[in-house]
Design a protein around this ligand. Sequence first.
Ligand code: BGC
Length: 248
Amino acid sequence: MLAFGVDIGGSGVKGAVVDVTTGQQVTERKKIATPRPSTPDAVAEVVRKLVEDAGWDGPVGITVPSVVRNQIALSAANIDPAWIGTEVQELFRRHLGSRDIAVLNDADAAGLAEVRYGDPTARTGAAMMLTFGTGIGSALLIDGELYPNTELGHLPFKTTTAERYASSKVKEAEQLSYSQWAARVDEVMHAYSDLFNPQTFIVGGGISRDADAWVPLLTVEQDVVPAQLRNEAGIVGAALAVIENTMP
Ligand code: BGC
């Protein structure tokens, strides 16, 4: 059971062939810089190149940093506004030809992959996945089933929003130390905990590579498990979504 997974982000588009029975990538992961402007056609062309370079002609799952309802992108927070209203099946079929394609939100894909292949703590009960990158992505899962398209990074927070306060991009831009940044993440996670009361938090995104430097500083009462697939969860979740026909 193989599928090509593609993760479209604000800075890079990356993909690999994934074995969905194990969650392992079976080809080397390739990354191409996100084109600027990151319009749907320019990005879809990069996806075509990744798939073609891998010599892959099977199913393709694709994540976007947008709300995707009925396979229409409805938002575009860290990507060109031209994505809003784009019929994503039609877009990718035009670039990839006729084959199985599934498109879903990037954090939703990461959440699906983590509850399936990651820390077993998150497999049962109510889990909240958070991805820290250019923004903050979120996914809500109950016994491994997804409630799609939550946008908790956009929660109004202090004088701004959660993601403008505590994404890893903000850490870089404001040159915050791990302890300074973790304190912000902690405040945001307390707010999420008060509103949603998950049993488990899964924290991912590129910065989960350094989980040891900040996860122990968090004070929420829940178990906080670092994403085991690290920053690859989006690719793996995208592949899983197309095989399982998960198409929000
Ligand atoms: C977007 C979400 C996305 C997250 C992570 C947010 O700004 O609104 O859809 O999941 O960034 O990329």
